[in-house]
Ligand binder design. Structure first.
Ligand code: ATP
Length: 503
């Protein structure tokens, strides 16, 4: 069973994974901070991606470009003109909505429309809308049969209907403005002049940093088609309605690859399929169960003019199945645009084919924060295990894959006031720390210490006891998921862990 979003938010706050940004000032909508454990988790997710996509592949290289770039880039890419979401305002409550996330339904009785209901989210609404419609029928004392509710999003509203659809905040008709386009890019000023000449943007995606460096990488990197450029970094979008915790925020991180291929019409469908599979495999490799990942193929009529195909890998989040990773075939649109705007050639000379062309591109684009939310959702479990006295006790655990777990192992001396135990445990701790991030905990009963590590997803706990020192030079290693314990020689601990963590 899936955890609720609330359970995840609460655990993240309680154990120091994720905090609301600027919390002491009442928070700031759409911004989140990663605490001590969250910072480790995030680093591990990014490192795992970089290792699989850059280090373990011969034909992909890395890049780290700036967040603020020449503003012309965003004209070339189409973001200045078209990176918009439709927005509506409620004139009464001053609340803002994304029109395509706001729903309404005509209430029809025996074929006559007696009014409209509106609801804010498509998840809850069918039942809610039906209830509101029945209420409306009662109030108006209308006889007859209520017809099926058919929810549409607000962008599909007829201009004549704008004035009639009630605002979801106030319930009053006529309080919503018609939808208008809202550009999601954050603006900033570069340089000392206050006028428009310094107008610039925080990047809304990392991809354009890759395209504008295409020539640099080609000229210096000894790359041959096909090859990829990968980048991890911050992106900013002034989302109208940030929601669902770190799923949709205003500052987030992306892990993107532009994979350059030859323009041959036979090439892209194969590369596209390979990338969809590679992305899925990577999700599984960091502990996301394959059955929580789906494929949402965008229908041809919804694709932008230059796009040959887009598939989203979806994940079953606590609030529904939603996009996690977009894999898009963008043709040569971006490089062609940059060639046009910069007047620099973006052609690549293909040694094999002895010809020049502007390469096409397949773009897998993944959000770091959405991946973390997926990892947390998949890892969260509640079960019952025997406590120190053998009685069943509820526990919360995060079944992180060792690759992403903030701590790979915890080391405990059985008692904190026995210097021999503490010293021996401390030596092991220092030894293991050279390889991994290791937790140290001396306080409380061992059972309590296990519980604390379970809750933050540490896969193994090693305890040094009196037998370790006085008798057998062995330690107890306890497994987070099964709670089973094994006893192994102290000098084999590192090897034992290595097999399980890296293996
Ligand atoms: P949506 O339709 O949900 O707004 P999108 O289709 O605009 O998303 P893309 O532009 O394809 O998203 O961005 C690529 C990836 O970046 C997404 O799959 C997602 O993982 C991540 N992402 C995009 N917007 C956000 C955001 N506001 N907060 C967190 N991650 C995001």
């Amino acid at each position: 069973t899936l955890p609720t979003l609330e359970a995840l938010v609460t655990l993240c706050k309680r154990r120091g994974f994720i905090f609301q940004s600027s919390e002491i000032y009442g928070g700031y909508a759409g911004f989140f901070d990663y605490g001590p454990l969250g910072a480790e988790l995030k680093k591990n997710v990014k490192d795992a991606w970089w290792k699989a996509m850059v280090h373990e592949r011969d034909e992909i290289v890395g890049l780290d470009s700036t967040i603020i770039m020449h503003p012309e880039i965003w004209k070339a890419s189409g973001h200045v003109e078209g990176f918009n979401d439709p927005m509506v305002d409620c004139k009464e409550s001053k609340k803002r909505y994304r029109a395509d996330q706001l729903f309404f339904a005509p209430v029809r009785v025996d074929g006559n429309t007696i009014g409209y209901v509106s609801v804010e989210e498509s998840g809850t609404m069918q039942a809610e809308a039906e209830e509101m419609a029945a209420e409306m029928k009662r109030k108006q004392a209308v006889q007859g049969t209520l017809e099926a509710i058919e929810l549409k999003d607000y962008t599909e509203a007829d201009p004549e209907e704008y004035e009639l659809i009630p605002s979801p905040a106030t319930g009053k008709p006529g309080s919503l403005t018609p939808p208008r386009q809202f550009n999601l890019m954050f603006e900033t000023r570069v340089g000392p002049l206050a006028d428009a000449s310094g107008l610039s943007y925080l990047r809304p995606e990392t991809a354009q940093g890759i395209f504008q460096n295409f020539k640099n990488v080609v000229d210096t990197g000894r790359v041959k088609i096909p090859f990829g450029i990968a980048q991890i970094g911050k992106a900013f979008r002034n989302e109208i309605t940030p929601r669902n915790f770190i799923f949709r925020s205003r500052e987030f991180e992306q892990m993107e690859i532009e994979y350059f291929i030859d323009p041959d019409e036979e090439t892209w469908p194969r590369v596209y399929r390979e990338w969809i599979d590679t992305c899925k495999e990577w999700l599984v490799s960091i502990g996301i169960p394959a059955d929580m990942v789906g494929e949402d193929v965008h229908p041809a009529e919804k694709l932008s003019h230059y796009s040959k195909g887009t598939t989203d890998l979806t994940f079953t989040f606590p609030f529904g199945t939603q996009e996690l990773w977009g894999i898009a075939c963008r043709g040569n649109f971006d490089l062609t645009q940059h060639q046009k705007h910069s007047r620099k050639s973006m052609e690549f000379f293909d040694e094999g084919r002895k010809e020049k062309y502007i390469p096409h591109v397949v773009e897998p684009s993944l959000g770091v924060d959405r991946t973390i939310l997926a990892v947390l959702t998949a890892a969260y479990c509640e079960d019952e295990v025997p406590n120190d006295k053998g009685a069943p006790e509820k526990r919360v655990l995060l079944k992180f894959h060792p690759k992403v777990a903030p701590f790979k192992v915890a080391v405990f001396p059985l008692l904190k006031n026995k210097p021999e135990l503490v010293e021996s445990a401390r030596n092991l701790y220092k030894q293991l720390q050279r390889r991994w991030n290791v937790a140290w905990d001396v306080s409380g009963a061992i059972g309590r210490r296990y519980r604390r590590q379970d809750e933050i997803g540490t896969p193994y706990c090693v305890t040094i006891d009196f037998d370790t020192i006085e008798k057998d030079q062995c330690v107890t290693i306890r497994d987070r998921d099964t709670t089973e314990q094994v006893r192994i020689p102290l000098d084999e601990v590192e090897g034992w862990l290595n097999e399980r963590i890296e293996g």
